[in-house]
Design a protein around this ligand. Structure first.
Ligand code: NAP
Length: 243
């Protein structure tokens, strides 16, 4: 399937590492003009050198920084709300601070950035496409993932609300829901074989994913090939959620 984005401007949050970095690279290869947003300057410098994309430094857990970043990014046709963090601790030990950090980055930032970008799309009357990077954890309860699971469940329903209310403006909004993906986050959370092996055993395809698997699904949903698709949560999970 030939997917091209010539003439389109794309904003990718959390583009410094892992899944977001792969999405940014594939978008550039597909002809999009990419604005890569992340919170570590060295990651943005290496992205700029590799891809020649525009970069924006911001911690979007902070709503003011997120709004300023969208302003700096300029007009956007394609948005990928990808930035996310996982802080693993049991429910009884989940601190208020960590709850706020996870919810502010994984859920509130997608709302803040999504709303600001969508306002621009509506004002320009050009339509657009948005993909939120959720997780299988939005639907499955995973030990130690209270704040993370809650944030991703919220992100799925935010996706449905955005699809419902932005559809009349020809803005499509979808989510992808990956299983364990081998990124710095995936390695941190699942790298210990004692934790990784039982998760792997529950994936029918018997393997963890790579960033390219998620990026392929994201580019499809962003593209006109998915012109009639909005409000879906697309698992990229090797079948984990069937069981
Ligand atoms: P990663 O390897 O940790 O990379 C995340 C990127 O997002 C980093 O560049 C990070 O910057 C950036 N970021 C985090 N918080 C940010 C903030 N507040 N403001 C701006 N940038 C921020 O993670 P990943 O595995 O690629 O995950 C990407 C998305 O996929 C997340 O939403 C995650 O929940 C989701 N996901 C991941 C997996 C998995 O197994 N890896 C599975 C399902 C879903 P710094 O490094 O500078 O902090």
């Amino acid at each position: 399937m030939d997917i091209r984005f010539e003439g389109k401007r794309a904003l990718v949050t959390g583009a410094g590492k892992g899944i977001g970095r792969e999405i940014a690279a594939q978008l550039v290869k597909s002809g999009a003009e990419v604005v890569a947003l992340s919170r570590t300057q060295e990651d943005l410098d290496s992205l700029k050198a590799e891809l020649g994309c525009q970069t924006v430094l911001a911690d979007i857990g902070d709503a003011q920084q997120a709004l300023k970043a969208v302003e700096d990014a300029g007009p956007i046709d394609l948005l990928v709300n990808n930035a996310g963090v996982a802080i693993i601790e049991p429910f009884l030990e989940t601190s208020l601070d960590h709850w706020d950090t996870v919810l502010n980055i994984n859920l509130r930032a997608a709302f803040v950035v999504g709303q600001a970008v969508a306002k621009g799309m509506v004002a320009r009357g050009t339509g657009g496409s948005i993909v939120n990077v959720s997780s299988q954890a939005s639907q499955a309860a995973l030990p130690g993932h209270t704040a993370y699971c809650a944030s991703k469940a919220g992100l799925d329903h935010l996706t449905r609300m955005m699809a419902l209310e932005l559809g009349p403006h020809n803005i499509r909004v979808n989510a992808v829901n990956p299983t364990v993906i081998l990124t710095p986050m995936g390695e941190k959370v699942w790298g210990d074989p004692a934790k990784g092996a039982p998760m792997l055993a529950r994936i029918p395809l018997g393997r963890f994913g790579r960033p390219v698997h998620v990026a392929d699904a994201v580019l499809y949903l962003l593209s006109d090939k998915a012109d009639m698709i909005t409000g879906v949560m697309l698992p990229v999970d090797g079948g984990y959620l069937v069981g």
